[in-house]
Design a protein around this ligand. Structure first.
Ligand code: 5GP
Ligand code: ZN
Length: 160
Protein backbone atom coordinates (compact mmCIF):
# COMPACT_ATOMS: atom_id res chain seq x y z
CA UNK A 1 0.00 0.00 0.00
CA UNK A 2 1.40 3.39 -0.85
CA UNK A 3 0.10 6.88 -0.43
CA UNK A 4 0.96 10.31 -1.68
CA UNK A 5 2.60 12.84 0.61
CA UNK A 6 3.00 16.51 -0.12
CA UNK A 7 6.51 17.73 0.51
CA UNK A 8 8.56 20.77 -0.07
CA UNK A 9 10.37 20.34 -3.35
CA UNK A 10 13.34 22.37 -2.15
CA UNK A 11 12.63 25.24 -4.51
CA UNK A 12 9.71 26.26 -2.33
CA UNK A 13 7.22 24.32 -4.44
CA UNK A 14 5.25 21.37 -3.20
CA UNK A 15 5.71 18.12 -5.03
CA UNK A 16 3.86 14.84 -4.72
CA UNK A 17 5.90 12.05 -3.25
CA UNK A 18 5.01 8.39 -3.12
CA UNK A 19 5.59 6.79 0.26
CA UNK A 20 4.64 3.53 2.01
CA UNK A 21 4.37 3.72 5.80
CA UNK A 22 5.09 -0.01 6.13
CA UNK A 23 8.32 0.20 4.08
CA UNK A 24 11.61 0.13 6.04
CA UNK A 25 13.39 2.28 3.45
CA UNK A 26 10.57 4.87 3.51
CA UNK A 27 11.01 4.93 7.30
CA UNK A 28 14.73 5.61 6.82
CA UNK A 29 13.89 8.41 4.36
CA UNK A 30 11.47 9.87 6.92
CA UNK A 31 14.06 9.64 9.72
CA UNK A 32 11.82 7.16 11.56
CA UNK A 33 14.32 4.29 11.34
CA UNK A 34 18.08 4.54 11.87
CA UNK A 35 20.65 4.24 9.09
CA UNK A 36 24.28 5.22 8.55
CA UNK A 37 23.70 7.92 5.93
CA UNK A 38 26.43 8.44 3.34
CA UNK A 39 24.81 11.11 1.19
CA UNK A 40 21.43 12.66 0.57
CA UNK A 41 19.89 15.14 -1.78
CA UNK A 42 16.44 16.12 -3.02
CA UNK A 43 15.72 12.86 -4.78
CA UNK A 44 18.04 10.19 -3.40
CA UNK A 45 19.46 8.81 -0.18
CA UNK A 46 22.55 6.63 0.16
CA UNK A 47 23.22 4.61 3.32
CA UNK A 48 25.21 1.62 4.50
CA UNK A 49 23.64 -1.81 4.03
CA UNK A 50 22.82 -3.21 7.47
CA UNK A 51 24.00 -6.67 6.43
CA UNK A 52 27.00 -5.92 4.20
CA UNK A 53 28.33 -8.45 1.71
CA UNK A 54 31.74 -6.76 1.98
CA UNK A 55 32.90 -3.73 4.04
CA UNK A 56 31.60 -0.55 2.40
CA UNK A 57 28.48 -2.16 0.88
CA UNK A 58 25.97 0.67 0.48
CA UNK A 59 22.60 1.30 -1.09
CA UNK A 60 21.33 4.21 -3.20
CA UNK A 61 17.56 4.67 -3.13
CA UNK A 62 15.06 7.15 -4.49
CA UNK A 63 13.30 9.09 -1.74
CA UNK A 64 10.02 8.16 -3.37
CA UNK A 65 8.66 4.69 -2.78
CA UNK A 66 8.80 2.62 -5.95
CA UNK A 67 8.91 -1.15 -5.79
CA UNK A 68 10.18 -1.43 -9.35
CA UNK A 69 12.36 0.66 -11.64
CA UNK A 70 9.37 0.49 -14.00
CA UNK A 71 7.60 3.33 -12.19
CA UNK A 72 10.60 5.52 -11.29
CA UNK A 73 10.77 8.71 -13.33
CA UNK A 74 13.68 8.64 -15.78
CA UNK A 75 15.28 11.72 -14.26
CA UNK A 76 15.22 10.11 -10.78
CA UNK A 77 16.55 6.78 -12.02
CA UNK A 78 19.39 8.41 -13.93
CA UNK A 79 20.18 10.50 -10.84
CA UNK A 80 20.38 7.30 -8.76
CA UNK A 81 22.91 5.91 -11.23
CA UNK A 82 24.93 9.14 -11.20
CA UNK A 83 25.01 9.10 -7.39
CA UNK A 84 26.11 5.47 -7.63
CA UNK A 85 28.92 6.51 -9.98
CA UNK A 86 29.96 9.31 -7.61
CA UNK A 87 29.97 7.03 -4.55
CA UNK A 88 31.81 4.31 -6.47
CA UNK A 89 34.60 6.86 -6.97
CA UNK A 90 34.43 7.71 -3.25
CA UNK A 91 34.78 4.03 -2.31
CA UNK A 92 37.77 3.66 -4.64
CA UNK A 93 39.33 6.83 -3.18
CA UNK A 94 38.77 5.79 0.44
CA UNK A 95 42.10 4.74 1.98
CA UNK A 96 40.38 2.52 4.55
CA UNK A 97 37.76 0.67 2.48
CA UNK A 98 39.43 -1.82 0.17
CA UNK A 99 37.88 -1.33 -3.26
CA UNK A 100 39.63 -2.71 -6.32
CA UNK A 101 36.37 -3.33 -8.13
CA UNK A 102 32.69 -2.70 -7.44
CA UNK A 103 29.57 -4.69 -8.22
CA UNK A 104 26.60 -2.45 -8.97
CA UNK A 105 23.52 -4.55 -8.51
CA UNK A 106 19.79 -3.94 -8.65
CA UNK A 107 17.27 -6.72 -8.11
CA UNK A 108 13.98 -5.77 -9.80
CA UNK A 109 11.24 -8.07 -8.52
CA UNK A 110 11.20 -10.89 -5.98
CA UNK A 111 11.90 -13.42 -8.75
CA UNK A 112 15.18 -11.55 -9.26
CA UNK A 113 16.02 -11.71 -5.55
CA UNK A 114 14.56 -8.38 -4.42
CA UNK A 115 13.77 -8.57 -0.71
CA UNK A 116 13.04 -4.95 0.20
CA UNK A 117 10.22 -3.68 -2.03
CA UNK A 118 11.66 -0.17 -2.36
CA UNK A 119 13.95 -0.10 -5.38
CA UNK A 120 17.63 0.26 -4.51
CA UNK A 121 21.03 0.14 -6.18
CA UNK A 122 23.69 -1.89 -4.36
CA UNK A 123 27.36 -0.86 -4.45
CA UNK A 124 29.50 -3.76 -3.24
CA UNK A 125 33.26 -3.11 -2.98
CA UNK A 126 35.33 -6.00 -4.30
CA UNK A 127 38.92 -7.17 -4.23
CA UNK A 128 40.65 -10.39 -5.23
CA UNK A 129 40.05 -13.00 -2.57
CA UNK A 130 37.28 -11.07 -0.77
CA UNK A 131 35.32 -14.31 -0.46
CA UNK A 132 32.18 -12.90 -2.07
CA UNK A 133 30.87 -15.07 -4.90
CA UNK A 134 28.15 -14.52 -7.43
CA UNK A 135 27.14 -18.03 -8.42
CA UNK A 136 25.64 -17.85 -11.86
CA UNK A 137 24.87 -20.95 -13.86
CA UNK A 138 23.81 -20.75 -17.47
CA UNK A 139 20.19 -21.93 -17.74
CA UNK A 140 19.76 -21.77 -21.50
CA UNK A 141 21.94 -22.57 -24.50
CA UNK A 142 20.63 -20.73 -27.57
CA UNK A 143 20.43 -22.61 -30.84
CA UNK A 144 21.06 -21.18 -34.32
CA UNK A 145 18.95 -18.08 -34.88
CA UNK A 146 17.62 -18.01 -31.32
CA UNK A 147 19.43 -14.81 -30.35
CA UNK A 148 18.29 -12.96 -33.46
CA UNK A 149 14.69 -14.15 -32.86
CA UNK A 150 14.83 -13.07 -29.22
CA UNK A 151 16.27 -9.68 -30.16
CA UNK A 152 13.31 -9.20 -32.50
CA UNK A 153 10.81 -10.25 -29.80
CA UNK A 154 12.26 -7.72 -27.34
CA UNK A 155 12.42 -5.02 -30.01
CA UNK A 156 8.75 -5.65 -30.86
CA UNK A 157 7.75 -5.49 -27.18
CA UNK A 158 9.69 -2.28 -26.49
CA UNK A 159 7.54 0.83 -26.20
CA UNK A 160 8.63 4.29 -27.35
P1 5GP B 1 17.61 -6.85 -1.98
O1 5GP B 1 17.75 -8.32 -1.70
O2 5GP B 1 16.19 -6.38 -1.82
O3 5GP B 1 18.24 -6.43 -3.29
O4 5GP B 1 18.50 -6.13 -0.87
C1 5GP B 1 17.98 -5.60 0.30
C2 5GP B 1 19.16 -5.12 1.11
O5 5GP B 1 18.68 -4.24 2.11
C3 5GP B 1 19.92 -6.25 1.81
O6 5GP B 1 21.29 -6.22 1.42
C4 5GP B 1 19.72 -5.95 3.29
O7 5GP B 1 20.86 -6.24 4.05
C5 5GP B 1 19.39 -4.47 3.30
N1 5GP B 1 18.51 -4.07 4.39
C6 5GP B 1 17.37 -4.68 4.75
N2 5GP B 1 16.80 -4.03 5.79
C7 5GP B 1 17.62 -2.97 6.07
C8 5GP B 1 17.56 -1.94 7.05
O8 5GP B 1 16.66 -1.85 7.87
N3 5GP B 1 18.57 -1.04 7.04
C9 5GP B 1 19.60 -1.11 6.13
N4 5GP B 1 20.56 -0.17 6.23
N5 5GP B 1 19.68 -2.07 5.20
C10 5GP B 1 18.71 -3.00 5.17
ZN1 ZN C 1 9.55 2.63 0.49
Amino acid sequence: MSRQLRRNGGDGSLADMNTDPSCIFCKIVAGEAPAAIVAEDEVTLAFMDINPLTPGHLLVIPREHHESIATIRGSVLSHMVLIGQWLAAALRASPEIRTEGINLYLADGSAAGQEVPHSHLHLVPRWPGDGFRIRAERTWSPGPGDLEEMAAQIRDAATD
